[in-house]
Write a protein of this length. Structure first.
Length: 138
């Protein structure tokens, strides 16, 4: 496969042209130099990197984490165990976020349920207008 225009690289990667430009600005992929002809040409490796980025985003990695993973992918010295350990940390972080989301959902559901049992002021709006509870440190 020869070098590709940005449009062709985007199509093969399953993303839009603006996504490739965004990844360039984020330093996830390199922007090829602009020749005198005016059209940048991307190496086939760009398609592989963009697909990697897209898949990593789909399973929850942040752009910062993806930048690190890309470095690992192209570093033959990195061990699978190191990548596995970082992925375990990511899973633990996801578990924490899921727990927090479940608590938020429970709170919202309780407010919705209270709406059906009340006339007058909306309990959801009242709860949002209340001052947050202060945590006291011992």
């Amino acid at each position: 496969m020869s070098r590709l225009t940005i449009g062709h690289a985007a199509k093969l990667s399953g993303v839009g042209v603006e996504t490739i430009r965004f990844y360039e600005r984020q330093k996830l992929i390199e922007q090829p130099p602009k020749p005198s002809s005016g059209y940048r040409r991307y190496p086939p490796e760009t398609v592989r990197k963009v697909r990697f980025i897209r898949r990593a985003k789909e399973i929850g990695f942040s752009l910062r984490e993806i930048r690190e993973l890309l470095g690992f992918y192209f570093d033959t010295q990195i061990s699978c165990e190191e990548v596995q350990q970082r992925t375990k940390v990511k899973i633990a972080d996801m578990d924490d976020r899921i727990s927090a989301l479940k608590k938020m959902k429970t709170t919202l559901q309780a407010l919705v349920d209270e709406c059906g049992n009340r006339d007058g002021a909306c309990p959801i709006l009242e709860a949002l207008a209340e001052s947050p509870k202060q945590e006291h440190k011992a």
